[in-house]
Design a binder for this molecule. Structure first.
Ligand code: ADP
Ligand code: 5GP
Length: 234
């Protein structure tokens, strides 16, 4: 049986890695795709765990070999998802979670139309800036220029929200973990067509509140868009 493909994107600093790490711990049969990148390892990152770190020449050789399902250049570095990950996860009967940027998400949606796409957003620009600063302080590097560049990038990524199935505004971490878990499990149950218990119906309800077109999402999104001086919907 082919597994479900989940795609998660977010402006840098929104809390996507934190959320992904949490759900990877609690949800069984969910594999995480370890991307290839030409950027250098950060902090405690190790080759093969967070990323496969390769040179630009190696990456370009892989592009020429058509090894990638999708790839993109983000902040001056290449990032890509190898084709083999999807087959390998499906062969093991597992679902696959891809943490990729908006350009990669669009490429994947075109190739695998029934994938589930999730955009994680910060509650506001101000909160995103605070999270970016806190993270830089804890990594021992604070660069106003990098933070400004990421905030600018965030604005551009947020504009792509209509392309995603689900929008998860990461305010309280515990609530966001519950929502992400609900989205992943509800999609599994829906596709399996199984009858739902009371708890499973509640979980499906929580997931549906994160649908891009839901009223709850529209309300939260309005605050996010306004804080980034982006037009809100009519
Ligand atoms: P991303 O992977 O989206 O770039 P991270 O997961 O590294 O973001 O999170 C950025 C920073 O924000 C980290 O310092 C993380 O601990 C913090 N963070 C994540 N989620 C929350 C939250 N809901 N509330 C407060 N801080 C958060
Ligand atoms: P970071 O360098 O902060 O780990 O990631 C920077 C950006 O690259 C994030 O938006 C992340 O989602 C994206 N990214 C990571 N792996 C891939 C990938 O394989 N493909 C694409 N398109 N983007 C990726």
């Amino acid at each position: 049986m082919a597994g479900i493909l989940y795609i998660i994107s977010a402006p840098s600093g929104s809390g996507k890695s934190t959320l992904v790490n949490e759900v990877r711990r609690i949800i069984p049969n969910l594999e995480f795709s370890v991307s290839y990148t030409t950027r250098s390892p950060r902090g405690s990152e190790r080759d093969g765990l967070e990323y496969h770190f390769v040179t630009r020449e190696e990456f370009e050789r892989m592009i020429a070999n058509q090894d990638f399902l999708e790839y993109a250049e983000v902040f001056g570095n290449y990032y890509g998802t190898a084709k083999r990950f999807l087959h390998e996860a499906a062969d093991r009967g597992n679902d696959l979670l891809l943490d990729i940027d908006v350009q990669g998400a669009a490429q994947m949606k075109a190739k695998v139309p029934d994938c589930v796409s999730i955009l994680v957003l910060p509650p506001s620009r101000q909160i995103l800036e605070k999270r970016l600063r806190n993270r830089s302080v804890s990594e021992g590097v604070v660069s106003d220029e990098v933070i400004e560049r990421r905030l600018h990038g965030a604005r551009k990524e947020i504009e792509n929200f209509p392309k995603y199935d689900y929008i998860l505004v990461n305010d309280r971490l515990e609530d966001s973990v519950d929502c992400l878990e609900a989205i992943i499990l509800s999609e599994r149950r829906r596709r399996a067509g199984q009858a739902l218990s009371f708890e499973e119906k509640q979980s499906a309800e929580l997931a549906s509140e994160c649908l891009q077109k839901s009223r709850t999402t529209a309300r939260k999104l309005k605050d996010v868009l306004e804080s980034f001086s982006l037009p809100t919907q009519a």
